[in-house]
Design a protein around this ligand. Sequence first.
Ligand code: AMP
Length: 279
Amino acid sequence: MQVCSNNQQIIDLISQWKGKGETVAFVPTMGGLHDGHLSLVSKAAQVADRVVVSIFINPTQFSQNEDFDNYPETLSDDLTLLENYPVDVVFTPTAEQIYPKGLSSDVKAGSLAQGLCGGTRPGHFDGVAQVVYRLFEIVTPTVAIFGQKDYQQLLVIKQMVEAQVLSVKILSGAIIRENDGLAMSTRNQYLTKAQRQLAPELYKQLSVLKQQILSGGDVISSTKHTQEALEKHFKVEYLSVLDANTLKSITDNTAKITILCAVFLGSTRLIDNIIFNQG
Ligand code: AMP
């Protein structure tokens, strides 16, 4: 496994592989790696000849009052974990390598960035679209893999790839959870012991809501009931039941439903979602 932080080095390496007709799967991350990230790496190895993982804490997707300065930096642990996986190269660029011309960008997120996390984190998805576009420019992957954990992000990236007419194929990986149901997240390490014990309640309540919808319960009143149950433990930022393809209200034509939720537990923001077929 090679580690490289220089654009030209990785461009040369990848052009050698592509010259031999090899395909490249790419997993972008911000480090703080856990089994959720590693599941995407395993999937990458199944779908392409070469695997590239990037570790870059992207400044442009954090707002001023967010945790950019405190975001966990665990590079040596991350590299140790990745050594156990079939990774060809870990790309660890500096901000200067990614943004040589400064932080502003013409690449913006599209309509699917509106509302939900896009509503409460203004500019977040523009930053995501910008960094992913730039990473794709350098890595030129055949396939890139993103977690369903960040479901709106996954849709925003698919929309960006279509809008920019990029040839990369976007795949997704299922949400990896702790044994008690809490979705794995780099930010879970911010939780105190007491908060960590409460945190699985988020997924539990979303699962109850899913069951109520599947058994024909009224979506609006079931969602209101779940919101009240969540508010006993969390500060709820949003809880929405939407069409999983359009992120609009569900209709009789909706094939897949998504329940999307963001909450605060103390100062830690947790997101989670469930996707299922309309019954
Ligand atoms: P991050 O480092 O938080 O930017 O995440 C990098 C990638 O890992 C993104 O595509 C995330 O959606 C994905 N990811 C994060 N947590 C999980 C999880 N629990 N299960 C599956 N994928 C995840």
